[in-house]
Design a protein. Structure first.
Length: 504
């Protein structure tokens, strides 16, 4: 059995987690909205058309933030089409995904759904086919109480109180040639600067996210970030990152090592942000919004066969397997390790479309990736400790990849310590030790693991629990030293704390 060691110090911290790091994403794409979160007339929906079973799973995962309405969709979207009387809303061609958008679910429905789900909105504005004036109009509609054209229009639509949306994305993936209204870095930087400036004139208390590169592989990566920030540094608070990984060649070791590329991506963008800060002699720090990340590749071939110009097709419906859940776990660990700069992150997406939750007309179920996402969101709030991992490694296309991926999060208020760990060795168990003498009196509350003998095992509606967490009883604390045995190919949540006795 291989052996690894985790070293932590309660005073050697990275940062407090911003709960928004566990955000997600709903785009008008495929069945994410229609048949996903919204299905009027279904016996599974409430009187507003919101799927009750989906809402339950979203609350279970404690999703704090949902980005909306895109994504590529937003770059051609007229938000006015989705407000007001439903019988007057136009159906439109939606070129980003070659479908028809009915606009029966729009901005006000989304805000009502957010309240039902217990989550906050992250609203994107169209800086593709539209621009600065549209950004001004939508924030007036959303955030001004009354007395102006757009605020009174919202009130006429039956929404008296302003939505008070705090977090806004200035467009989406504007570096990408696939994007409607694609721009050069200079063009986008100036547009984002002016849109941000005017939006702050309307509401000075908002937070703004500028578009960074769509991936580390973009040919303009680096120069794009620098140029954009040179224009809009003073107007924005965050720079976005997007990345997806896949395993089309069925090379599991390299696939599971992809989190190293994510780590490199984050470090590189932080360096660029700080370079621009130094050049501007600014005291302001730009943080990161990793507002699209996930595994995505299973549905690519099927999507090529889809009929064009239909409504809500089965689009981008990846069926996730066990090894996908392991990489999602490692990506969450990577985000936590950078909690000092990554303040927002959105697992893309939330329902049906490359999502942890799947639905049919008769029910909803958890995909394999739901579990690490839910575990991190529920147990990963607190102070991220600088977690030093000493582990055997293997060669990958990304360099030496440690078999053990781990991070520790302390919650001082609840007196708990949670260790998230992935054993990337699919064939062999891993023994892990950690000196916990600084946490005298802590005991193991539980050790949950997600493991399976078949790395391609999936959850389906017929077999929704084929891959699910179970208790690992092979962890112990002896003289302040934690020893845990991680199963081959496993995601692990080791929760430690003071065991409360009756009456205390």
């Amino acid at each position: 059995m291989k052996e690894a060691r985790i070293s932590i110090d309660r005073d050697y911290t990275v940062a407090e987690t911003d709960p928004r790091i566990y955000g997600s994403f709903i785009e008008h794409l495929g069945r994410a909205v229609y048949g996903g979160i919204y299905q009027p007339g279904s016996p599974l929906s409430d009187e507003r058309g919101f799927r009750r079973d989906v809402l339950e799973l979203i609350r279970e995962a404690r999703v704090p933030l949902v980005r909306y309405p895109g994504g590529n969709f937003v770059s051609g979207y007229h938000w006015e089409d989705g407000v007001g009387p439903k019988e007057k809303r136009p159906s439109r061609l939606e070129p980003a995904w070659s479908v028809i958008e009915s606009n029966q679910f729009g901005l006000n429905e989304f805000m009502e759904w957010c309240r039902a789900a217990g989550t906050e909105p992250m609203m994107a504005v169209n800086l593709g086919t539209r621009g600065v004036e549209d950004a001004k109009n939508i924030i007036e509609y959303c955030n001004i109480e009354k007395g102006s054209y757009y605020s009174d229009l919202r009130r006429a639509h039956g929404v008296k109180a302003p939505h008070n949306i705090r977090l806004w994305c200035l467009g989406n993936e504007m570096d990408g040639p696939w994007q409607m209204g694609h721009k050069t870095a200079d063009e986008y930087g100036r547009t984002a600067e002016e849109a941000g400036r005017i939006m702050r004139m309307v509401d000075p208390d908002i937070e703004l996210v500028a578009c960074g590169s769509s991936s580390l592989a973009m040919p303009t990566f680096g120069s794009w970030e620098e140029t954009v920030l040179e224009h809009c540094y003073d107007q924005v608070d965050y720079l976005s990152l997007h990345t997806y990984y896949g395993n089309p060649e069925d090379n599991t070791p390299d696939f599971l090592a992809s989190s190293l590329a994510m780590d490199d991506f984050i470090r590189s963008v932080v360096s660029i942000c700080d370079c621009v800060k130094a050049k501007k002699r600014s005291k302001k720090q730009i943080n990161l919004s990793f507002d699209e990340w996930n595994v995505w590749y299973h549905s690519n071939e099927e999507d090529k066969k889809l009929e064009r110009w239909i409504q809500a097709p089965h689009q981008l419906e990846d069926i996730y397997n066990h090894e996908d859940a392991l990489l999602v776990g490692s990506m969450l660990i990577t985000l936590l390790r950078h909690a000092d700069r990554v303040k927002i992150a959105c697992l893309a997406q939330l329902v049906n479309v490359i999502a942890p939750i799947m639905t049919s007309d008769t029910g909803a179920w958890r995909q394999t990736i739901f579990y690490p996402y839910m575990h991190a969101s529920v147990y990963g709030r607190g102070t991220v400790l600088n977690t030093v991992v000493k582990s055997p490694s293997y060669e990958s296309v990304y360099g030496d990849a440690p078999y053990l991926d781990a991070v520790a999060v302390a919650d001082g208020e609840r007196e708990t310590l949670t260790i998230f760990a992935v054993n990337k060795d699919m064939a062999e168990e891993l023994s892990v030790t950690c000196d916990l003498r600084q946490y005298a009196g802590y005991e193991i509350l539980e050790h949950l693991e997600l493991t399976h003998t078949d790395r391609k095992a999936v959850n389906t509606q017929a077999a929704p629990d084929a891959v699910k967490p179970s208790a690992n009883s092979r962890s112990r604390i002896d003289a302040g030293r934690l020893t845990a045995v991680l199963s081959a190919g496993s995601w692990n949540v080791i929760r430690l704390g003071r065991v409360k006795t009756a009456g205390k």
